[in-house]
Write a protein that binds this ligand. Structure first.
Ligand SMILES: Nc1ncnc2c1ncn2[C@@H]1O[C@H](COP(=O)(O)OP(=O)(O)OP(=O)(O)O)[C@@H](O)[C@H]1O
Ligand SMILES: [Mg+2]
Length: 464
């Protein structure tokens, strides 16, 4: 069962999901709650028995909010938590079927690919020890080839007689194996024979891998058996050879078909597709060129979101129970500019709020990847200690909010520009040209560096 295979992951409750997201995203509680519930509903459905299970459809979510307030960030963090096949796509990258570019079905193909990769990685981890052992044996066979067994049966008749040559060989092998295990020979160069499917690739490229992929056909798998299995001798360090051979051995140990079956099943039941920038394919302004194509993309999306069969190189995949989360800033167009059918397929709408000065203070300090932590860590690598006084952080947040108001509201992204301007000199002078290896950022310093820029709208338009 898939559950067992990916046992590393957890089945989070909605509260736990929100708590996990809280580590990285400030505020936006409605959005966090909505995705938390949706994620848990997958698990709930899985535990419903009988025909009702097939009837339970995912409640797709539409995240709406201005730029830079955490929509994409929520998706990114959710992906890590989900313990489920997950892809994030940009709606603006798709084109209508029949036009050059990616058609919408490719998102399902990507989802399957990522699921297969996930399952394969789990299976590879499962057989790793055995594969590594087999790899060691293969290296050993190259270093100290085993002697061909002499015909003992005839020579010995009754009691086993030791062949001195054989015993020496055996003993050497034991010694080498020991040394290999301990990694003592890792730097030595060795010549190993590797399977080389890549050899066949150039020909496939001529035939156009993109088009083939779009048809959902895996040429390599189709033609693979017909092509000669090539091996190639390659020189490399023993350490590298161990890796390469272990990979080859694990390939042989894994039941590929079962892995693919499991991967497809996981996609159909737990898959999540995050469609970013969906507002970019909404109608909006009327009469200008690309509208037709945008609406076409929306129409192509309908059946997939509703539930259809998509042909992939791993077989047919049903999209009925895949969860879709769409997101968009919708500052030019509105959700109501999407074609009505598509609106109906995203019944849960969540608005993300504009970020305030207080949010900025938190964003600068609380998340595990907070910007201030990032810069402090980077300078630490140069042996420089950077310290922010609490009121300096307040001032940075203040300035970011002010510029957002005066120039353009780009949300938390403003913090990046403000901080990088503030720290530019330090980042340039470190490590050798600083007066001191220990720097304290004070409120006065922030003001001195940034106030004049903030006051001058033209300047702040360009710099901050
Ligand atoms: N609520 C938040 N908490 C913490 N960090 C945030 C928050 N909102 C935004 N950020 C930070 O701001 C940056 C941009 O956010 P994000 O990519 O999520 O914007 P978005 O809402 O997707 O905007 P857009 O509509 O332009 O795509 C990210 O680096 C993210 O870390
Ligand atoms: Mg985004």
């Amino acid at each position: 069962m898939a559950k067992k295979l990916l046992a590393g992951g957890k089945d989070f409750t909605p509260r736990e999901i929100v708590a996990e997201l809280d580590k990285y995203i400030i505020g936006q509680n409605d959005a966090k709650k909505a995705v938390g519930i949706a994620l848990r509903n997958r698990w709930r459905r899985r535990n419903v028995t009988g025909p009702l299970r097939e009837e339970i459809m995912p409640n797709n979510i539409l995240l709406i909010g201005p730029t830079g307030v955490g929509k994409t960030e929520i998706a990114r963090r959710l992906a890590r938590l989900a313990n489920a096949p997950f892809v994030k796509v940009e709606a603006s990258k798709f084109t209508e079927v029949g036009y050059v570019g990616r058609d919408v079905e490719s998102m399902i193909r990507d989802l399957v690919d990522s699921s297969v990769a996930q399952i394969r990685a789990a299976k590879v981890a499962e057989v790793r020890e055995r594969a590594e052992e087999l790899a060691l044996q293969r290296i050993l066979d190259v270093l100290v080839p085993p002697l061909k067994k002499k015909k003992h049966v005839e020579a010995n008749g009754g009691g086993e007689k030791e062949d001195p040559e054989e015993t020496t060989n055996e003993r050497t092998r034991v010694k080498f194996l020991q040394a290999l295990r301990e990694g003592k020979l890792d730097d030595k160069i060795i010549e190993v024979e590797l399977h080389n499917p890549m050899e066949n690739l150039p020909m496939m490229q001529i035939m156009g891998p993109m088009a083939m992929d779009d048809l959902g056909i895996n040429l390599q798998e189709m033609l693979g058996p017909m092509m000669p299995h090539k091996t190639k001798k390659r020189k490399m360090t023993i350490a590298k050879a161990r890796e390469a051979l272990a990979l080859e051995e694990s390939d042989k140990l894994i039941d590929n078909e079962a892995a693919v079956r499991e991967a497809v099943e996981r996609v159909e039941n737990y898959g999540i597709v995050f469609i970013d920038e969906i507002d970019k394919i909404a109608g909006g302004g009327h009469g200008n060129g690309p509208d037709v194509s945008r609406e076409g993309v929306q129409r192509d999306l309908l059946p997939i979101v509703e539930g259809t069969n998509v042909m992939t190189k791993h077989g047919m995949v049903k999209s009925d129970h895949i969860l879709f989360i769409a997101s968009g800033a919708f500052h030019v167009s509105k959700p109501s500019d999407l074609i009505p059918e598509l609106q109906g397929r995203f019944p849960i709408r969540v608005e993300l709020k504009s970020l305030t000065k207080d949010d900025f203070v938190k964003i600068l300090t609380i998340p595990e990847n907070a910007l201030i932590r990032q810069y402090t860590a980077m300078l630490e690598a140069d042996g420089v200690t950077l310290e922010f006084a609490p009121d300096s952080i307040l001032e940075i947040a203040n300035i970011a909010a002010q510029v957002n108001e005066q120039v353009e509201n780009i949300g938390a992204r403003r913090l990046h520009t403000v901080l990088s301007t503030l720290l530019e000199d330090i980042l340039f002078d470190a490590p050798n040209d600083l007066k001191s290896k220990s720097i304290k950022i004070t409120r006065e310093l922030v003001k001195k560096k940034l106030s004049s820029i903030v006051r001058d709208q033209d300047l702040s338009r360009y710099i901050l």
